[in-house]
Ligand binder design. Structure first.
Ligand SMILES: [Cu+2]
Length: 199
């Protein structure tokens, strides 16, 4: 697991690599290299809307950094402009600090938001910061009290100690960290040797 995390961090430094994806509700669109483009990762038009429950909703993301800070903003209306996202960001709907890579289910309960009522269109913006630069994804939704079209089964968490995944003990995770460091030094040593041999 530690080795995998280190590998993803290294790969993520390439701009073409997906740093995170918004998997549910459906993102407006995803192009890895365009994720740093505010407000919606390079996608300016609404294409389709997902029903989103007024209470007890969630967003499902896949995070490719070991840790990340996320802000969720919501803009009400049919076709929000860039300025509307800037305004919404002054009062975020939610802020979350993620401590693990992989699938994460982020709760989003809109029932206390005064503009959130039955049949209102809105756009949910996820701002993700995994340490490189802020990244943006949006989902266009219609808020409904009885969201029969909202798929509750999409809420999945890859917790380090979660069910279905091996539970790391203190010693095995320490060993994992050592082996990751060892692998990296081996690679560095190999590159050094190769450089030496060309002279
Ligand atoms: Cu990244």
């Amino acid at each position: 697991m530690k080795v995998f995390s280190l590998a993803t961090i290294l790969l993520c430094s390439s701009t073409a690599m997906a740093h995170f994806s918004l998997d549910y509700p459906s993102s407006r669109g995803f192009i890895g290299a365009n994720e740093p483009l505010a407000p919606c990762g390079g996608f300016i038009a609404v294409t389709n809307r997902t029903q989103f429950p007024l209470s007890k909703g969630f967003l499902e993301i896949n995070s490719h950094h070991a840790a990340a800070d996320l802000t969720i903003n919501i803009v009400f209306g049919n076709d929000p402009a860039a300025m509307d996202f800037t305004t919404a960001a002054t009062t975020p709907a939610s802020s979350i600090s993620l401590k693990h890579p992989g699938n994460a289910c982020l709760p989003l309960d809109l029932s206390t938001f005064k503009n959130a009522t039955n049949n209102v269109n809105a756009t949910i913006q996820v701002v993700y910061n995994g340490g490189d630069s802020p990244l943006y994804q949006c989902a266009d939704v219609v808020i409904v009290s009885n969201a029969t079209g909202f798929d509750q089964s999409k809420c999945i968490n890859d917790l380090p100690t979660g069910t279905g995944a091996p539970t790391p003990t203190k010693s095995s995770s320490a060993a994992g960290a050592l082996s990751a460091t060892g692998t990296l030094s081996t690679v560095v040593a190999a590159i050094f040797m190769a450089a030496v041999m060309t002279f």
